[in-house]
Design a protein around this ligand. Structure first.
Ligand SMILES: Cc1cc2nc3c(=O)[nH]c(=O)nc-3n(C[C@H](O)[C@H](O)[C@H](O)COP(=O)(O)OP(=O)(O)OC[C@H]3O[C@@H](n4cnc5c(N)ncnc54)[C@H](O)[C@@H]3O)c2cc1C
Length: 385
């Protein structure tokens, strides 16, 4: 006997990506341990908006993967683990001025090319949604998208009792031999033939050199009112521009106003290049509040009851990192989801579980998943070799 906890698979990080991956591995009949330094949804997944949005994704692989994930999320919400987490609602994209109008035209073309998962229902002026303010010149109404708080999605995936939960337990190191990977937790060691590292911003601590950078975001939540006044999320077209342009040169800061089922509004979020989830400042939030109230004046009658920040894991080329870790045959990385991880988590968890068990990815996603491979950073492969 030794004191090694043995599993078929070990997932590191109990954010939404790790939890989804653990759930899919358990569904495949594997014994799975899910390890977290603090607990479930302790980092970005517990401090984010939860837009499951195709509209906001950069055209190309991310938009196609988001579409697949939206469709799969809806299926998992019907009778599966996301039943209490995901709820469908319309989404509204608004804009002012030539840059935002052009971004909205590009969005319509992108959605047409992606099939019918998300449809344009109306394209008009402020009259599309009574109650909007003077900051809204053009407004699109989309159907098909929804909202899913990250912590609720994690709770849904953890409803599978076969997942062994190991927290608080910080991974201090990984040792890969011919047949297995040993996970060093200090007081305890675990071993499995396959390990999935879904560590968000902490990825470079265990995998030095990976270009994962912190990008913080502040949000605020209002008190409760009558639910339904705003039927769906109101997102500025500046958000679409932020995906392709340096946010520092945007004409107006992006804002998303998401009505929660509780009758509260969740309003976010900034993009700041630091890693401190405790940094919440009034000047920045005031800008967000002014912008939100210009867009949805009913917000002026609400009180802000909580402000908080989360830290996204961004990658230098703005694509997530999914695939075998450089120089490894047994450790799969799933990180760098920036502002898209809640939306992508269903499909990424499913596909990472397939990769880790040696199955081919879904045929229609093969090429897009290949673009996320860590092998796209050749200097990293050389430095590890
Ligand atoms: C302000 C803000 C708004 C956002 N809005 C949206 C949105 O509307 N839609 C959307 O799709 N996405 C959104 N996101 C992005 C989304 O929240 C993230 O992409 C997603 O939560 C990432 O999940 P993850 O599982 O990869 O990482 P995380 O949730 O960061 O999980 C990583 C986990 O690893 C653990 N960990 C770290 N180091 C160790 C270690 N050494 N040992 C053990 N465990 C460790 C941490 O404790 C943590 O629980 C937003 C993010 C922010 C910050």
């Amino acid at each position: 006997m030794d004191n090694l906890g043995r599993y078929d698979a070990i997932v590191l990080g109990a954010g939404v990506v790790g939890a989804s991956t653990a759930w899919h591995l358990a569904q495949a009949g594997l014994s799975v341990a899910l390890v977290d330094a603090e607990g479930p949804a302790a980092a970005a997944s517990g401090a984010s908006d939860g837009a499951v949005s195709v509209a906001s994704k950069k055209p190309g692989p991310l938009a196609r993967l988001a579409t697949a994930s939206l469709v799969y999320t809806r299926a998992l919400a019907e009778t599966g683990p996301l039943a209490q987490a995901y709820h469908p609602r319309p989404s509204y994209i608004f804009g002012t001025g030539p840059d935002e109008t052009a971004a909205m035209d590009a969005l319509i073309a992108k959605l047409d090319a992606l099939g019918d998962a998300v449809r344009l229902r109306r394209d008009g002026g402020a009259g599309v949604l009574p109650g909007t303010g003077p900051g809204v010149e053009r407004l699109l109404e989309l159907t098909g998208e929804g909202h899913m708080p990250g912590y609720a999605a994690v709770a849904g995936y953890l409803s599978d009792p076969r997942i062994a939960r190991i927290w608080p337990a910080r991974v201090l190191g990984l040792d890969e031999t011919d047949g297995s990977v040993t996970v060093n937790l200090g007081h305890q060691r675990l071993s499995a033939p396959r390990v999935i590292a879904a560590l968000g911003t902490a990825t470079p601590v265990l995998f030095p050199g990976l270009p994962v950078l912190p990008r913080a975001g502040q949000l605020f939540v209002t008190d409760r009112g009558q639910p339904g006044a705003l039927p769906g999320a109101l997102t500025s077209a500046a958000y679409l521009l932020a995906k392709t342009t340096n946010p520092a040169v945007l004409p107006r800061p992006p804002v998303v106003i998401d009505p929660l089922t509780t009758g509260q509004y969740l309003v976010g979020s900034t993009r700041e290049d630091h890693a401190d989830p405790t940094r919440v400042d009034f000047a920045t939030l005031q800008q967000l509040m002014i912008r939100a109230a210009e867009t949805w004046p009913a917000l002026r009658a609400r009180r802000v009851i909580r402000a908080f920040a989360g830290v996204r894991a961004a990658v230098s080329d703005s694509l997530p990192i999914v695939g075998l870790a450089p120089g490894s045959a047994r450790i799969t990385l799933a990180t760098g989801f920036e502002g898209d991880g809640i939306c992508l988590s269903a499909v990424i968890g499913r596909e990472v579980a397939r990769m880790a068990t040696g199955m081919a990815p879904a045929a229609d996603l093969l090429a897009d998943l290949a673009t996320l491979s860590p092998a796209r950073f050749p200097s990293l492969q050389e430095s590890v070799a």
